[in-house]
Structure formats: structure tokens, C-alpha cells
Design a protein around this ligand. Structure first.
Ligand code: KIV
Length: 271
């Protein structure tokens, strides 16, 4: 974090005001210093140090294997790259599900060791007690409902959630519970746009959507997907703004060619 006093920092209160004024909240994931610097410098409101690092940084199939130590390493790197945005850190699988004592200890560890501003955890009623304890300790909590990737083996699929009335109803109730427990925002992942619209209208805290349509108070994407670093993942909700995979491949191929042909380094590129 920089000591630059001129920078107007984004806080959870800023996000609340944005919801009230109808200004959309922007959130992207980041996992390292250099990309955090680019994303923060570009003016993003929130960086999520997502446990999607397990997929896009470590190459795992799911978010389950990433450890607390690894999340802390990513979050520390991100914090060193930012000046103004709010940083949220995902609590990894296993760090909060057992009981609220463990959840609180995990959240405190993340805050102490990373310098981040808040934590995110997945689930509704099942984790409400833990959310209350974490919030009581002064730690802002972002909730996460809908497709919660840490429960992938329960769902068995990454398909859209809450299409059926039972699950939609549970989500409506969970959103209210999370609001009451003191969450400052809720991620809504891969649910029907109409349901996300209704929930966003009925709770006072901001909703941040991913695959949840345009009525959420903000949007989040995984950086590797929107920049086209990872081109294998192409869900309908994703808008890809760059094709870094293609550009980087071409650059590396050119470098190989230049070295092999003895074009690189030339006279101006040596001492
Ligand atoms: O880990 C992550 O990147 C997330 C987003 C998909 C919201 O939780």
C-alpha cells in the first residue's frame, strides 16, 4: 500500500454510496503485484484475490486445493500493487466451514498477514454464524451465493443455479440473512438475471454479479478470462476484452525465431 495521501481510497462505504446513486461497481480478480498495479491504476473499484487462483494460477481443476498460505501469498503480492481500490480476499475451502471459531481465526489471519481490507466466503444460512463473528471483530465480509465453486462436488456441475423455485427461494432468504449478518456486499454467481434483479432490489447492500445479468449493482470477472490469458473457458456471460494468449504466443514465437536466426541481440542490444 502506498503512503500517497492524495489518493481517494475506495471503502465499503463508497460501495454503499455507489449502490444508492446507481453507479455500477467494478470488480476484477488479481493474484499478483504486477497485474494488481495495472488493474488498480486503470481505476477499478474492487480487486478480489479470488480462490480462482487455484484454477488460473496453479492449474487445478477446482478451487478446493488452494491453501491458506497460498491465498496469503497472493493477497500480500496484490496489496503491494494497489493505491486506491478495495481488496477482498477469498477465504479458502476448509478455512471457515467447520465452525465460527475457526472461521474467525482464519479471517483474522488473512487481515493480519496480508493488509487486505476484507474477506469473502461462500454460502448462506450455513455460514451466517461465522459471518456475524467475523463482522463483530471489525472485519468487512463479502458474501457469495448462487454457484459457489467450493461446493462443486455437491452441485456436480457448473450449470446455472437457482432456476428451480426451491433453490431460488433459499437464495432469496440467504441474501436477506447475509445482509442482516452484516455483509457489506454479496457476489451473485451464475443465477437467472430476473432473480438477481429481485434480490438486488430487495436488499440494501450491493450485489456484484458474475453470470447474473445486468441488474446487479456491480460486475466481477476473472482477470485471466476477460484478458484472454485463459482461452479455454468461454461461458456465455464472459466478455473477452483482449486475446493475450494469442498475442503472447506470437511474441514468444518471434523471440524464438530472432534468437535462432541470430537476429537477437543486435549491436544496440549489447554492452
Ligand atoms: O474466486 C473467484 O474468482 C470468485 C469470483 C468468480 C467471484 O469467487
Amino acid at each position: 500500500m502506498s503512503a500517497n495521501k492524495e489518493v481517494k481510497r475506495i471503502t465499503t462505504n463508497t460501495l454503499q454510496k455507489m449502490k444508492a446513486s446507481g453507479e455500477k461497481i467494478t470488480m476484477l480478480t488479481a493474484y499478483d503485484f504486477s497485474f494488481a498495479k495495472i488493474i488498480d491504476g486503470a481505476g477499478i473499484d474492487v480487486i478480489l484475490v479470488g480462490d480462482s487462483a487455484s484454477n488460473v494460477m496453479a492449474g487445478h481443476e477446482t478451487t478446493l486445493p488452494i491453501t491458506m498460505d497460498q491465498m496469503i501469498y497472493h493477497a500480500q503480492s496484490v496489496i503491494r500493487g494497489i493505491d486506491r481500490c478495495l481488496v477482498v480476499v477469498d477465504m479458502p475451502f476448509g478455512s471457515y466451514q467447520s465452525n465460527s471459531d475457526i472461521a474467525l481465526a482464519s479471517a483474522i489471519r488473512i487481515m493480519k498477514e496480508t493488509g487486505a481490507h476484507s474477506v469473502k466466503l461462500e454460502g448462506g444460512e450455513e455460514v451466517v454464524e461465522s459471518i456475524k463473528r467475523i463482522v463483530s471483530a471489525g472485519i468487512p465480509v463479502m458474501g457469495h451465493l448462487g454457484l459457489t465453486p467450493q461446493s462443486i462436488y455437491k452441485f456436480g456441475t457448473y450449470a446455472v443455479r437457482a432456476k428451480e423455485e426451491d433453490e431460488a427461494n433459499k437464495l432469496r432468504i440467504d441474501a436477506k440473512l447475509l445482509e442482516k449478518a452484516g455483509c457489506f456486499a454479496i457476489v451473485l454467481e451464475k443465477i437467472p438475471a430476473e432473480l438477481a434483479k429481485e434480490v438486488s432490489k430487495n436488499i440494501s447492500i450491493p450485489t456484484i454479479g458474475i453470470g447474473a445479468g445486468g441488474y446487479c449493482d456491480g460486475q466481477v470477472l476473472v482477470m485471466h478470462d476477460m484478458l484472454g490469458i485463459n482461452t479455454e473457458f468461454k461461458p456465455r456471460f464472459l466478455r473477452q476484452y483482449l486475446n493475450i494468449h494469442e498475442q503472447a504466443t506470437k511474441a514468444v514465437q518471434q523471440y524464438i525465431k530472432d534468437v535462432k536466426s541470430k537476429d537477437f541481440p543486435n549491436e544496440n542490444e549489447q554492452y
